[in-house]
Design a protein. Structure first.
Length: 444
């Protein structure tokens, strides 16, 4: 079945969609004003350069609604085949979820539970160490709204929001005038800690260039200085930052009325990983002895935070959760998708709104190409190309309503611009879940 056989709205009616949500990055800006001409977005007021690319480059692809082994088939036949694949597997895995609605994420978790599989999200290859650290030491948290209205000291660590989250500065962390920061940027002190001088450094008051792979040592040095512990002057040889600069930084942190540390993958995916993040979270916690301080990760995908939240309140853990014993088990490295594939353990896969064939290791990609896979994706991704069963789905946010979570764990509703001839991820997954349950109950 091709797109030409599906109901497509070909009208040229002009409409304005106010308060639309951009799901490109974790900022999930919900103040877009979209001008829609038929099935094309022509204007995106308030969108950043990444958001405009997201909206303007969106188009309905001329692809079959469903395929088996690359051949077009009716939707119902593809659902039947997908259910058979997942039920026959001994070690099925579900992966992705970061670019779909939270409603679809719930159904994916339910499917994984019914078949006794392992549920994992793209968090496991980006901010997974943050999730582990939260469970280890806790998190002093806040919303982006609190940062906008209260944070007079902002420390960016191992991230580059100027290029990765362009509206973060203007909407939340640096430029906006807040309730307690009436002068906006002039009321804030901004610091960047990073191994290289990115575009973010140009917007900072202070830039501390850190030696690669020394985040852990730096965080503990700052904790020691804050606690009044004498720190070895040789810390400069380890971190590349003089001790007097670190002492000055801690002094400014203590003087702040409300401080926040925003950290990225430059912290979480270098040597130390979750231990780095634990140290930074502990630093923020320690600073609350002197002032109000919080720490938040800068998240990438539009609803990766939603994936963490939904998997967490469904299973108790944020990613890499095995359900084959009838209860959740969490063990990164054992149950995370890149690892189960690389070791050749998984024997079937349900991939939702992600493309592991483009970014996993060679052993993981080779094994994924050998096992039966069910893939849901609006585009013909590299993973969709090798799928046993592939569903073309509607794009969340642009074509389908639902809920996503901003990087600060605040749920945001989606207001789609126009309908897609394809079904949503939630609709497809619900059909698969229904067929799985019918087969399971029939076998009793």
């Amino acid at each position: 079945m091709s797109i030409a056989e599906l109901p497509v709205d070909k009208t040229d009616e002009l409409k304005i969609v106010k308060d639309a949500t951009c799901t490109f990055c974790g900022c999930v800006c919900d103040d877009m004003e979209l001008t829609v001409q038929g099935n094309k977005i022509t204007k995106a007021k308030n969108a950043c350069v990444l958001g405009k690319s997201w909206f303007f480059n969106h188009h309905i692809e001329d692809r079959p609604e469903a395929t088996i082994a690359g051949q077009p088939v009716p939707f119902e036949e593809a659902v039947e085949k997908a259910a058979d694949i997942l039920l026959a597997a001994i070690y099925p895995i579900t992966y992705g979820l970061s670019d779909t609605t939270s409603e679809a994420q719930r159904v994916a978790i339910a499917i994984t539970d019914w078949i006794g599989g392992t549920i994992d999200t793209t968090t496991s290859v980006c901010h997974g160490p943050s999730g582990m650290a939260f469970q280890g030491v806790g998190e002093v948290t806040c919303s982006l709204g609190e940062i906008k209205n209260r944070a007079d000291f902002v420390l960016f660590w191992g991230c580059n929001p100027a290029e990765g989250h362009p509206r973060h500065f203007t909407r939340y962390s640096l430029m906006p005038k807040g309730q307690f920061l009436p002068n906006g940027r002039r009321d804030r002190t901004a610091v960047l800690i990073d191994v290289r001088k990115t575009k973010t450094a140009r917007a900072m008051d202070y830039y501390l260039q850190l030696k690669p792979r020394s985040d852990f040592e730096l965080a503990w040095a700052l904790r020691g200085i804050a606690a009044g512990v004498e720190v070895d002057p040789d810390i400069e040889q380890i971190t590349g930052i003089p001790l007097d600069m670190l002492e000055d930084l801690v002094s400014k942190m203590k003087e702040a009325k409300f401080g926040v540390i925003m950290f990225g993958m430059g912290l979480t995916m270098t040597r130390g990983k979750h231990i780095n993040t634990e140290a930074v979270l502990a630093l923020a916690r320690d600073m609350n002895k002197y002032t109000r301080f919080a720490a938040k990760p800068l998240r990438g995908h539009g609803n990766v935070t939603g994936a963490d939240n939904i998997v967490s309140w469904s299973t108790g853990y944020p990613f890499g959760v095995n359900l084959n014993r009838g209860y959740p088990r969490f063990n990164p490295g054992e149950f995370t998708t890149s690892d189960t594939l690389a070791r050749g353990e998984a024997d079937a896969a349900l991939i939702i709104a992600s493309d592991p064939m483009s970014n996993f290791s060679n052993p993981a990609r080779e094994h994924l190409s050998k096992i039966p896979t069910v893939v849901l994706d609006p585009k013909l991704s590299e993973t969709a190309k090798i799928a046993t069963v592939a569903f073309t789905s509607a794009t969340y946010g642009i074509n389908t309503p639902g809920t996503v979570y901003r990087m600060d764990d605040v749920p945001i509703p989606l207001r789609p611009a126009f309908e897609s001839p394809y079904r949503s991820d939630q609709t497809i997954l619900t059909a698969i879940e229904t067929r799985i349950r019918e087969k399971q109950l029939a076998a009793l």
